[in-house]
Design a protein around this ligand. Structure first.
Ligand SMILES: Nc1nc2c(ncn2[C@@H]2O[C@H](COP(=O)(O)OP(=O)(O)OP(=O)(O)O)[C@@H](O)[C@H]2O)c(=O)[nH]1
Ligand SMILES: [Mg+2]
Length: 312
């Protein structure tokens, strides 16, 4: 059973329209009208995949596997080609997939640390997560550990109100670790199920940001030794290759348990989800398909691929 009922296939499909146009429509254009697909056509498909932000290595694997499973000329009908590419794309996502929520009942409070560079959608995503957890009947508190930016608290307060959950905050400039510490303490004392800790995306410099993360983790573990249960890295899907680089940077300095890829609505770069998933070997947990509170969806590999290939 899934924890949230937050997948709206139509919205997912609508959000992925531009990516679908780039990926699926180009593939169908390439193969339409051809009775059988020759190697030159497979090369063209390969090129489409590479230029759809899926990445070189991932595409190589997909095409190599497709060539193997379509060894016979007669297997190379257009429908078989599309189905094979779809299957291979799903495999990429499934090989790094992890279901959400299995452990949540085992830890109280269950602590999420949400990290990522500035502007990727951390605060918005925390609002959406809070809304989903609250709707699932869990008692949620948000810890406002982005004490760097002036308007951070106000923005988070608005989201907490919308999601109808509590927020723990202190004045700007407070040590983020002390906010996180106190938020988890409060959660423990007052029987909260879920703690969502927002963090700053911009500090004085990158080394600072990474150092702060390490400190946050050490301090959280002082309240509850198992915390954080999850460290989720938020990536902006519209930035394509840059998102991959960011994830690699974060992976070097901290243990990332899952990814949230935002802003997949309205971008043609959604193919980057495949590249991120296969390169980083970290599961994608959620995706953002809009700015509203109900625009966060639990990531489902098969549905994601279907949404990229279904036109009506
Ligand atoms: N279209 C779209 N916009 C999104 C999505 N998620 C976040 N945004 C927008 O991205 C912008 C930045 O979001 P924030 O949540 O403030 O990002 P942040 O990572 O907390 O930023 P900092 O706190 O400055 O580091 C806002 O305008 C959000 O509305 C999404 O899934 N789709
Ligand atoms: Mg923020």
């Amino acid at each position: 059973m899934s924890l949230f009922d937050n997948i709206n296939f139509k919205k997912l499909k609508d959000g992925l329209t531009k990516t679908r146009n780039k990926l699926f429509n180009s593939i169908t254009e390439t193969i339409s009208g051809k009775a059988v697909i020759d190697n030159a056509t497979l090369d063209e498909i390969e090129e489409i995949l590479i230029t759809s932000d899926i990445g070189f290595d991932t595409t190589e694997t997909i095409i190599e596997n497709a060539r193997k499973s379509l060894k016979n000329e007669r297997d190379r009908s257009t429908i078989n080609i599309v189905e094979t590419v779809k299957k291979e794309l799903s495999e990429v996502l499934k090989s790094n997939y992890a279901a959400n929520g299995d452990d949540i009942n085992k830890f109280k409070p269950y602590v999420f640390l949400i990290v990522g560079v500035n502007g990727v959608g951390k605060t918005t995503t925390i609002g959406k997560l809070a809304y989903n957890f609250n709707k699932a009947g869990l008692k949620v508190i948000i810890g406002a550990a982005d004490t760097f930016r002036a308007a951070a608290n106000e923005q988070l307060e608005i989201w907490a109100k919308r999601a109808d959950v509590e927020i723990y905050q202190k004045e700007k400039g407070t040590d983020p670790s002390s906010v996180a510490f106190d938020a988890v303490k409060k959660a423990q004392k007052e029987n909260f199920d879920i703690v969502l800790i927002d963090t700053a995306g911009r500090l004085h410099n990158k080394a600072n940001l990474m150092e702060e993360l390490g400190k946050l983790k050490r301090v959280l573990a002082k309240v509850v030794p198992y915390a954080p249960n999850e460290t989720l890295l938020v990536l902006d899907g519209t930035t394509g290759q840059n998102a991959v680089l960011q994830a690699e940077e974060f992976k070097k300095v901290t243990n990332i348990s899952g990814l949230i890829i935002t802003k997949l609505d309205g971008t043609a770069k959604g193919g980057v989800v495949f590249q991120i998933s296969s390169k980083l070997k970290i599961p994608v947990k959620y995706i953002g398909v809009g700015e509203a509170i109900d625009d966060l969806q639990t990531f489902d590999p098969d549905l994601f691929v279907s949404a990229l290939f279904e036109t009506n």
